[in-house]
Ligand binder design. Structure first.
Ligand code: TRP
Length: 466
């Protein structure tokens, strides 16, 4: 990396379009950062458990369709808006709207995106805290000889301890915002270099181990045999929401990363590579977890604890399981960290550019808000577990509100803005796809299939087609 390449941290200086904004120092760094954002708890923690809750194969198929028809076109649009707008989500959308002589109100899309990011981060750090808490547990060899019941009890004991959860959550927040306030590029690059291949290899090892349990076939069947009687309208909405969550869409994170993008990088190629890696990691996680779940008589619908209950059983039985367990939870934590960093970046860029505060100050302000919100999620698992709205705890509500409402809404507005407000000429120039047919395909998806897809899923979920 050349010395004069500007770090993303220097973005604080870029408080107006007159100042040169910082950029990724290479395409490779941009790819790493985008993949680091996409691959996270969504793949290893959330995908397996929502697949379990929604009956398996049919859900996975709908999720894959959402990635293809909605996620990929939208991810390209977010990169494009960021690169063209050269600002935080609100500033970028405002600049493009001005250029297109469209209503000033479009900028609110960016504002909502920034706030959605903060809401997601407030519970994301709690789950990242679980991964952090399991590092010393693995190190002390506490997984040895666990069975399904003992492992469930161990996880339940963690959730029942609000102080421990709050401690871990606070630590995650400090590390995330500490990194962010220093400038994310250096930290991101260094951690991504060994984290991505490392997590991939460990997942492969775990899939290999899962194949010896005798339940690999059952897991394959569960994951890939679609039984459409098992999926509901709500399930389809969850699949859609997850395609946003896992690709970091609908809240400006990829817009900000796109805004640090130098001209000339292929948006289409990067998008496909990010989506492929992300989906690969999620499927590997499923293949590692479900055989263990079947082998240990655990329920597929057991909820958010799935990965934290199943994998420790494997670490307790397999050769070198103690070492592998420690490494796994460290990698999972780092994967969560690179995602958490991207979740905070829209707010940080927004605060620094709109209110001209310094990066550390922006980190401090968002940190305070996030910490207070995260307490609600921490208490959802113990003191406030009975306090529910429609059967959902505070944590569940945050998850539902963001993944199933705010992100799809943000995504819908983003595609409508790119496909119908901006002119075709602007978009064609900004996206930089040389191949006319390829551009035509994306343009068609963006204008028609993607927005209609999101709408149909919404209407389906509220029961309009029943
Ligand atoms: N994609 C990440 C994951 O799967 C989570 C994430 C990071 C995210 N940045 C985001 C989700 C922005 C929504 C929006 O774990």
């Amino acid at each position: 990396m050349s010395e004069d390449s500007i770090s993303v941290g220097a973005a604080s200086a870029a408080n107006s379009s007159r100042v040169a904004r910082s950029q990724w120092s290479s395409r490779w760094v941009f790819f790493l950062a985008a993949t680091g954002s996409a691959v996270g708890l969504g793949n290893v923690w959330k995908f397996p458990y929502i697949t379990g809750e929604n009956g398996g194969g049919a859900f996975v198929l709908v999720y894959l369709a959402c990635i293809l028809a909605i996620g990929i076109p939208l991810l390209m649009a977010e990169f494009m808006i960021g690169r063209r707008g050269q600002a935080n989500p609100e500033g970028a959308v405002a600049a493009l709207a001005r250029e297109a002589r469209a209503s000033r109100h479009w900028r609110k899309l960016g504002t909502v995106a920034v706030l959605t990011g903060l809401l997601i981060l407030s519970f994301y750090v709690v789950v990242a805290g679980w991964a952090l808490a399991y590092v010393p547990t693995a190190l002390m060899g506490k997984f040895s000889g666990l069975d399904g019941a003992a492992s469930s009890a161990m996880f339940a004991a963690l959730l029942a301890d609000p102080w421990k959860l709050l401690g871990c959550t606070t630590l995650v927040l400090l590390i995330t915002l500490g990194t962010v306030s220093l400038g994310v590029k250096e930290g991101l690059e260094r951690s991504m270099r060994f984290m991505m291949p490392g997590l991939f290899i460990l997942l492969l090892v775990l899939v290999g181990y899962a194949a010896t349990t005798g339940y690999f076939g059952a897991a394959l069947n569960f994951l890939f045999y679609p039984d459409f009687s098992k999926i509901t309208g709500q399930g389809v909405l969850v699949a859609l929401g997850h395609s946003f969550f896992t690709l970091s869409l609908g809240c400006g994170a990829m817009m900000v990363y796109g805004s640090y993008l130098p001209p000339g990088t292929s948006i289409a190629k990067t998008t496909l590579m990010v989506a492929l890696t992300d989906t690969g990691v999620a499927l590997l996680a499923g293949l590692a977890i479900f055989p263990l779940m079947f082998a240990n008589n655990l329920e597929p619908s057991m909820g958010p604890g799935l990965v934290f209950v199943t994998l420790p059983i494997a670490f307790g039985q397999m050769p070198m399981g103690q070492l592998i367990g420690v490494l796994f939870f460290i990698m999972l934590f780092i994967a969560a960290l690179t995602s958490a960093i991207s979740l905070s970046e829209p707010a940080i860029a927004w605060l620094t550019e709109k209110f001209t505060v310094t990066r550390p100050k922006a980190a401090l302000i968002s940190g305070a808000v996030l910490w207070l919100l995260s307490i609600g999620s921490v208490l959802s698992f113990n003191a406030w577990s009975e306090m529910t709205l429609h059967g959902k705890t505070f944590f569940d509500c945050m998850d539902y509100l963001t993944a199933n409402l705010l992100m799809p809404l943000g995504g819908l507005l983003t595609v409508l803005f790119s496909g119908w407000v901006l002119s075709r000429a602007t978009v064609q120039q900004a996206i930089g796809i040389d191949h006319p047919q390829l551009f035509q395909l994306w343009w068609y998806l963006l204008r028609w299939l993607t927005p209609l897809g999101i709408l149909v899923v919404f209407l389906h979920a509220i029961g309009l087609f029943d």
